[in-house]
Design a protein around this ligand. Structure first.
Ligand SMILES: N[C@@H](CCC[C@H](N)C(=O)O)C(=O)O
Length: 276
């Protein structure tokens, strides 16, 4: 069987995107790992599937798989690529597209300037819902890692994030701490790990070690979680520019209980077919 796909990227976070409405796709973890492999497959951080709607008042269902084969709840850069894909493939003519994910419904807006603006929903701060093991909700938590004592923020954007504040992202210990925090027992579903440098109350720099994919050039939900963490600690304002290694995002959030907006680019790189 031969399957059509589009290779896409949002700030260098790259995806293999499949129309699973006109094609029959059984996404078993071994197949996802082979697709994501940068030498033996297409090569990507995540695989995205466009499926028929499952939730009321949505037009599509959006499934996300990390390069390690695990299925996850949410992906911000992927959401923007999803919007561009369904429009470019003629699967919708709408500018505002309601989409279901494993974490609930989100709304994708194609802007006249080519950017995609996404209503990412209300960030989750309650530890049990992240999930994160803690006695009570706080704006920051002490996390013991072997002989190191770290301070983290914990946020879910549908998927779990730990956020560490660092002096300089260029020298942050992403490769050393990322994989160890990812599997910390206080995050029972593993966690994405963000390293945030606050430049001023409206500008941050960020690197993210992603659960199931390693460090990527950008993580959309990671950018959202970093801004939420910085804002609940009183360090950031309601509109923040986030500079990631692959480029910039704008995050807007009015505070706890409010929906969060993410705006940024999404591009197709090439179209192809792959044998299954
Ligand atoms: N790159 C993504 C997030 C993808 C999923 C993440 N690795 C997880 O396991 O939750 C983004 O742009 O948000």
């Amino acid at each position: 069987m031969r399957l059509r796909f589009t290779k896409m990227q949002g700030l260098g976070n790259d995806f293999a995107v499949f129309d699973a409405i006109s094609q029959t796709i059984d996404p078993d973890p071994g197949w996802i790992r082979r697709l994501a492999d940068r030498r033996f497959g297409i090569g990507c951080d995540q695989v995205l599937l466009v499926e028929p709607p499952r939730l009321p008042d949505t037009d599509f269902h959006y499934r996300i798989f990390n390069a390690d084969g695990s299925e996850v709840e949410q992906c911000g850069n992927g959401a923007r690529c999803f919007a561009r894909f369904v429009r470019d493939q003629g699967m919708t003519d709408k500018d505002a597209i309601p989409v279901g994910t494993a974490a609930g419904a989100i709304r994708l807006h194609l802007e006249p300037n080519g950017q995609v603006r996404v209503d990412m929903g209300v960030p989750i701060l309650e530890p049990a819902r992240i999930p994160f093991v803690a006695d009570q909700q706080a704006s920051s938590y002490a996390l013991a890692l072997d002989d190191e004592a770290l301070t983290i923020g914990a946020v879910s954007m549908g998927n779990p994030h730990a956020v560490l504040q660092v002096e300089d992202v260029d020298t942050a210990p992403v490769a050393r701490l990322g994989p160890r925090i990812e599997i910390h027992p206080r995050f029972p579903q593993r966690v994405n790990v963000g390293f945030m440098q606050i430049l001023d109350s409206r500008h941050i720099r960020l690197r993210v070690f992603e659960r199931g994919a390693g460090e990527t050039l950008a993580c959309g939900t990671g950018a959202c979680a970093a801004v939420v963490s910085g804002r609940v600690r009183g360090r950031l304002e309601d509109r923040v520019q986030v500079k990631l290694p692959g480029g910039g995002l704008v995050i807007e959030w009015d505070g706890p209980g409010k929906t969060l907006w993410m705006t940024g680019p999404a591009e197709s790189v090439f179209h192809g077919e792959i044998d299954r």
